[in-house]
Design a protein around this ligand. Structure first.
Ligand code: PRX
Length: 648
């Protein structure tokens, strides 16, 4: 089979701002030292970092042990993550959390207060009988109490699994049962887009009729104070708190003890419960927060991810707190009450580091490209993106309108499974180009490999993206399913490399360009093309907001491209058939006739997961006239499928 071809020619270069570089955590000299130490002595590299960044209760002896792919890191070490995040930052009179609600209430919690709140809630969890290793589901929006719940679990050695509070009762039930959780922690309700979401009622539905036999109790935090049905198993958060402040000694955890399970949906089948460890996970969180986000103690870091995603775990709850900085959390919709909400929050709270997803950037561009001009965003010093490839047009807008040309942009590639950033720029050092996540971080070896295990050496030729070495925050398995762990991530190359499931290419400067998921590659007249480049070309048209391409069977070409496109608001009345021709010509001009979509459909939106990823699998079913198969429980906007089917 041929390798994947690249048609994208983006070569604009952005140098790090000199002032930024002079104060950055990593400069070219330090980066070089790190890379050469890793090359010379990987064990020493990791040992130095683990000694420096983690507060150990008992020091480790070994670094990375165990046979592929069941690695263990720092295995004799003992530590507690909550102690690393909270106890060591007490007494500095520093803010830990700035919380903004959708209707603009603001609450600030200091490290000292957070420490007490976590201790007190840990005491409650202990007093209801939970013990080290028990599983606890957290089904809550992004509010301080969710962070308190996660940190309390970490303090006691309970394995938490946060389930995104937008998931249905069915998804919640499946996750509870998969990990045999004992307790669910939730809220009465929360606001989203101006509407009340009855979280507790969804939990009740998940638990009804003995659906979840392992659940003993449901703890409810009174968030909005709305009425709920109170069952025998329910406990009010405020009623189980001790009236006096209790201090709970952190449980002594082994490095390899599981910290949490986080479910991630595969393209088919049931969600996988990704297991993360304690020490290794913490280490990569801390170093990437320092290296990639240049995080310092006086920063206000706003990562917009919900705590229900890995980004919320590593770049809201664990990494920044372990680093002792201040996090901002916003419990609301990005466009509520107006599409300038993000910019307003940045201005009012003097956010210094902002991390969001390309889908949010494109949506905000679509709703008001010039809206940021009205705000003073000068507090910002670094911008990040994650979750999918960012098309150069959105990157450049982000850099100009939000970053005022002075903020480095870190396009961070990683996965739920990797625990922390894997490929990303070093902001004070790396010369960036819009659309590439640049180079692997120190300590990470990346490969681009064909289906037979050969290196894809040619410049700009695409292949399967693999990670060639173990790294501390790598997943430790899939909860209850060893075979699936081996089959999904290791079998393809006989346990030698970790298979990411993404395709990528390397340019002449050694930068990595993600080309899309391997399952989504399209094959046109014998040419294999990744989805990212074609989509990026379509989206670079001035009238287009978003695009997704898939292939369908074609008599002549074997496969042809079907593009699903949403237009910017003010161009919705554009004559679609003429516009389709314009758009085809546009793609031809940008990347060549091979990538010209045979069919183009326009719709109000694209089917996306609740974390904003386009579900091309469903579009493939639609384009091919097939029934929709596989799991759709993670779909955010189910109605859009009806619209899409009808326009075909
Ligand atoms: O396809 C890649 C894409 O998101 C996948 C991981 O998704 P998830 O586990 O939900 O984690 C998202 C947050 C880390 C990857 O396999 N992806 C993530 N970041 C990027 C990306 N694709 C391109 N560029 C990125 N920066």
């Amino acid at each position: 089979m041929k390798n994947i071809e690249s048609k994208l020619t983006e070569s604009r270069k952005y140098k790090p701002d000199a002032q930024f570089s002079s104060n950055a955590n990593l400069n070219p000299k330090l980066l070089k030292e790190l890379n050469s130490l890793y090359k010379k002595d990987p064990d020493k590299f990791w040992a130095n970092l683990a000694n420096k960044e983690i507060k150990w209760i008992k020091k480790f002896k070994s670094i990375c042990t165990g046979d592929a792919p069941f690695y263990q890191w720092f295995k004799e070490g003992k530590l507690n993550i909550s102690e690393n995040c909270l106890d060591r930052h007490r007494g500095n009179n520093k803010n830990a959390i700035i919380h903004i609600t959708e209707n603009n209430q603001k609450k600030i919690i200091s490290y000292d207060d957070l420490y007490l709140l976590v201790n007190n809630f840990s005491y409650s969890l202990k007093s209801i009988g939970l013990k080290k290793g028990d599983r606890v589901i957290i089904y809550m929006p992004t509010i301080p109490e969710s962070i308190i719940a996660m940190q309390s679990c970490a303090r006691l050695g309970l394995i938490h699994s946060v389930v995104f509070a937008g998931f249905s009762s069915e998804s919640l039930k499946n996750r509870i049962n998969d990990c045999s959780a004992k307790v669910v922690i939730t809220v009465d309700s929360f606001m989203r887009n101006g509407k009340v979401i009855q979280a507790k009622a969804i939990v009740d539905e998940a638990l009804m009729n003995e659906n979840c036999p392992t659940i003993d109790q449901c703890i409810v935090y009174k968030n909005l104070g709305k009425k709920i049905i109170f069952n025998d198993r329910d406990l009010w958060w405020h009623e189980i708190l001790s009236p006096k402040t209790e201090i709970v000694e952190p449980e002594v955890m082994s490095s390899e003890d599981s910290l949490f399970i986080l479910y991630t949906s595969g393209s088919t089948g049931k969600p996988k419960g990704i297991i993360h460890s304690t020490a290794g996970y913490l280490l990569n969180c801390i170093i990437t927060n320092k290296w990639v986000f240049d995080l310092k103690e006086n920063d206000i870091f706003w990562c917009t991810a919900d705590i229900g995603w890995i980004t919320g775990h590593s770049y809201v709850v664990y990494g920044p707190l372990a680093t002792g900085s201040t996090i901002l959390i916003y419990d609301g919709a990005p466009t509520f009450p107006k599409p300038d909400r993000f910019w307003d929050i940045i201005e009012n709270n003097k956010v210094t580091i902002f991390y969001t997803a390309p889908t949010a950037i494109r949506t905000l561009m679509k709703l008001g490209e010039d809206l940021p001009d009205k705000y003073d965003l000068s507090s910002l010093r670094l911008l990040g993106t994650v979750g999918e490839p960012i098309n150069p047009k959105a990157w450049v807008w982000y850099q100009l309108k939000i970053g005022n040309k002075k903020c480095p942009i870190v396009d961070t590639w990683w996965q739920t499974e990797t625990g922390a950033n894997i490929i990303a720029p070093i902001p004070g050092v790396t010369l960036t180009t819009p659309g590439t996540c640049t180079k692997p971080l120190p300590g990470i070896e990346i490969g681009i490999i064909d289906d037979y295990g050969n290196n894809v050496d040619s410049i700009n030729e695409g292949g399967n993206l693999v990670i060639k070495n173990p790294w501390p925050s790598m997943l430790r398995g899939i909860w209850g399913d060893k075979k699936r762990y081996l089959d999904t991530y290791w079998k393809k190359y006989n346990n030698k490399f970790y298979v990411t499931g993404d395709t990528a290419r390397k340019d002449k400067d050694g930068n990595i360009w993600i080309m899309g998921r391997s399952d989504d590659v399209v094959n046109i007249s014998g040419h294999r093309l990744g989805t990212m480049e074609i989509e990026s070309a379509i989206v670079s048209h001035q009238y287009v907001a978003e695009a997704a391409v898939v292939s369908y069977k074609h008599d002549v070409k074997g496969e042809a491209i079907h593009a699903f496109v949403t237009l910017k608001n003010n161009f919705i009345s554009y004559n679609n058939s003429d516009f389709s021709d314009d758009l085809r010509e546009w793609v031809k001009k940008k990347i060549g006739s091979i990538a010209k979509p045979e069919r183009i459909s326009f719709s109000d939106a694209l089917p996306k997961t609740r974390s904003g990823k386009i579900m091309r699998r469903l579009l493939r079913n639609i384009a091919r006239g097939e029934d929709i198969t596989g799991d759709t429980s993670t779909l955010e906007n189910e109605n859009i499928l009806i619209q899409l089917k009808n326009i075909l």
